[in-house]
Design a binder for this molecule. Structure first.
Ligand SMILES: C[S@@+](CC[C@H](N)C(=O)[O-])C[C@H]1O[C@@H](n2cnc3c(N)ncnc32)[C@H](O)[C@@H]1O
Length: 285
C-alpha cells in the first residue's frame, strides 16, 4: 500500500523479512564499498515507508553488522552460481524463489537469459511498483507451496532456481515436496539456496526475527549437512555444499577481529552453507 509517496511495509509479517536482506546489502555497501557496492539496494530502501532508523541502530551494532555481512555475502555467492550456470546455459530461466526486492536478475543478466521473480502477492505488488520488470523478465505472484507456479517457467533452455533467506520459513515436508516436484519438472535444472543447522535456526529466531518484532513466522527448516536431502529424490543427480561466508569469496582478511570470530563460528558451528542440487533426467535404480 502506498502512503506518503513511499511503499509501506507492514510490521510483523513474513513480508517484512524482505527488508532485512535489502537493508543489510545497503549497510554493507556503506561499510565495505569495495566488497559490496550496491546502489540499487540504497535506491530501493529510499522508496520504502519503513522504520529504518531503528533498524539502523540494530544493524550497525557489531553483531548486527555481521548479519548484514551474511546477507550481502549470500547475495554474492548466489550471483556466482547464476553466472556459472549461464556460462553453460546462456538462455536459461533464472528463477528467484521468494524474491522480495532482490535484483539479482538485473545483475546477472547476460542479454539472453530470462528472469522470473516469484513471491507472495503483497510483495509482488510492491516489487512491480519499485523495480518493475525488463522485457525478458516477469514478476509472478504465487505461493511457492502451490506448485502450479512451475507451469509458468520455460525451462527448455535450462533453469537455475535460487532462494536467498527463504526456506527457513518453510516446514521440512513442504520443502521436500517442492524440491521433488522441481526435479521432476526441470531435469536440466539446478537449485541453489542458503541454509544452516538447527543451532543457527534457533539463533535466527532469537535474534533477527525477535529484534525485528516479527512474530508471525517461526524458522523451521535447518540442515545438518547435505546428506540429509540427498535421498529425497532419485532425480537429484548431485548435491553439493559450500561455506557461504568463505566458500565463494573469503572475506576473513577484510573484516575486524570480532567479525573474524563470528565468521569462524558461523562456518564451523552454525554450518552456514549454500546447497546446490543438480537435477538429472535419469532416475537412479
Ligand atoms: C528474508 S526475505 C528474502 C527476500 C530475497 N530473497 C532477498 O534475499 O532479498 C523472504 C522472502 O520469502 C518470501 N516468501 C516466504 N514464504 C513464501 C512462500 N510460501 N511463497 C512465496 N514467497 C515466500 C517472503 O515474502 C519474502 O519476500
Amino acid at each position: 500500500m502506498k502512503t506518503t509517496g513511499k511503499y509501506h511495509i507492514e510490521k510483523n509479517t513474513v513480508q517484512e523479512t524482505l527488508v532485512i536482506p535489502l537493508y543489510g546489502r545497503k549497510v554493507c555497501a556503506d561499510h565495505y564499498p569495495e566488497l559490496f557496492m550496491d546502489k540499487e539496494a540504497e535506491r530501493i530502501c529510499e522508496m520504502l515507508d519503513y522504520d529504518f532508523a531503528s533498524k539502523k541502530k540494530i544493524m550497525e551494532s557489531p553483531a548486527g553488522l555481521f548479519g548484514a555481512l551474511e546477507v550481502a555475502q549470500r547475495h554474492y555467492d548466489l550471483l556466482c552460481e547464476i553466472s556459472d550456470y549461464l556460462k553453460v546455459y546462456p538462455e536459461a530461466a533464472v528463477v528467484n524463489l521468494g524474491c522480495g526486492l532482490d535484483d539479482s536478475f538485473h545483475k546477472a543478466d547476460n542479454g539472453l537469459c530470462r528472469g522470473y521473480n516469484i513471491d507472495l502477492p503483497e510483495v509482488i505488488e510492491i516489487r512491480n511498483e519499485l523495480l518493475g520488470a525488463t522485457e525478458r523478465e516477469v514478476n509472478i505472484s504465487f505461493d511457492l507451496n502451490d506448485h502450479a507456479w512451475m507451469n509458468l517457467i520455460d525451462g527448455r533452455k535450462g533453469a537455475i532456481f535460487f532462494a536467498a533467506g527463504v526456506f527457513y520459513y518453510f516446514q521440512r515436508e513442504e520443502i521436500k515436496k517442492l524440491f521433488k516436484k522441481m526435479a521432476e519438472s526441470f531435469p536440466e535444472g539446478v537449485l541453489v539456496f542458503d541454509c544452516c543447522n538447527e543451532l543457527g535456526a534457533k539463533m535466527m529466531r532469537k535474534t533477527w526475527l525477535k529484534e525485528a518484532g516479527i512474530s508471525d513466522v517461526s524458522a523451521y527448516f535447518s540442515l545438518k549437512d547435505k546428506s540429509e536431502i540427498e535421498g529425497w529424490s532419485n532425480r537429484f543427480k548431485r548435491v553439493s555444499e559450500r561455506s557461504y561466508m568463505r566458500g565463494y569469496r573469503d572475506i576473513y582478511h577484510d573484516v575486524g577481529f570480532f567479525h573474524k570470530l563470528m565468521l569462524v563460528f558461523c562456518d564451523r558451528l552454525v554450518r552456514m552453507k549454500i546447497i546446490r542440487i543438480e537435477f538429472g533426467k535419469e532416475e537412479r535404480g
